[in-house]
Ligand binder design. Structure first.
Ligand SMILES: C[S@@+](CC[C@H](N)C(=O)[O-])C[C@H]1O[C@@H](n2cnc3c(N)ncnc32)[C@H](O)[C@@H]1O
Length: 247
């Protein structure tokens, strides 16, 4: 007769103890493994975030030093620095990502728009008809480090803008003023609700509306679903119109 059949309770207890010990060992191992995974994962995320931050800081430095070096040399009907900042702020504040610019020239406004889009993860399509200015803009975009955020097109915007698929959430209109109303009509169906249509050289005061933008403003203000204000800080004038409803 074996000891197990003489002292069955004892054997039963020791089996339970062994089982519990095994379970504790297993749990310790699982916990250790879990902690290791968490450590590796958080380190991975941490280094990914810090390399993203570093990239963004490097880009900021590059854009700033480019803009500083060119501060007084924009001579191709380009917007002023303060107007560029107005566009930048609208994009960042509203987290816009799908931008269209009509009238690139040599790229000053495009740089401010694309810089803002580098913060929101967006992209700009910009259109210019003059080949010389278009080529210079390409060089400027490259030098500013913003080429990845810009799809620059050499085209007649009268033809291209109606063909663009969209959708857009930000538009900056700065080409031939007499065509502004047509650009607006072509873009409105592709402008998302909550999106913004801005136009340069448009002022609140009728007396200051030059270059034939009067028809554009009258049309804009007749649209009940567009909420329009005029930037008062801008010497040139910028109209800022938010699309509040589909129609
Ligand atoms: C006022 S400038 C744009 C300045 C630019 N937004 C900036 O601040 O750097 C107007 C530009 O629109 C371009 N333009 C005029 N008519 C156009 C058209 N039909 N299609 C495309 N571009 C046009 C002109 O060649 C000119 O370079």
């Amino acid at each position: 007769m074996g000891a197990e059949s003489v002292f069955p309770q004892y054997f039963h207890c020791s089996n339970i103890k062994i089982g519990v010990l095994k379970m504790i060992r297993k749990t310790k191992f699982i916990l250790l493994f879990f902690c290791l995974c968490v450590l590796v994962f958080t380190r991975g995320i941490g280094s990914c975030l810090s390399s993203k931050l570093e990239k963004a800081q490097n880009l900021d430095e590059k854009v700033r030093s480019f803009l500083d070096s060119r501060r007084y040399s924009w001579r191709d009907m380009n917007v002023s620095e303060s107007d560029g900042k107005v566009l930048y702020d609208i994009i960042v504040k509203n987290n816009y990502t799908k931008a269209l610019e009509i009238g690139t020239s040599t790229g000053h406004s495009g740089i401010w728009i694309a810089w803002a889009l580098s913060k929101t993860g967006g992209k700009l399509i910009t259109v210019e008809i003059n080949e010389g200015r278009y080529r210079e803009a390409l060089e400027n975009f490259e030098e500013a480090g913003l080429s990845d955020y810009i799809d620059a097109r050499l085209a007649d915007a009268h033809e291209l803008v109606p063909e663009l698929k969209g959708p857009f959430d930000f538009v900056f209109c700065d080409a031939d003023k007499g065509w502004y109303k047509n650009y607006l009509i072509a873009v409105l169906p592709k402008l998302e609700v909550g999106g913004c249509f801005t136009a340069h050289n448009v002022s609140a005061r009728r007396g200051r509306r030059q270059y034939g933008v009067g028809g554009f403003v009258d049309y804009l203000e007749s649209l009940s679903y567009m909420e329009t204000t005029y930037d008062s800080s801008s010497w040139s004038g910028i109209s800022i119109s938010y699309k509040r409803a589909k129609k």
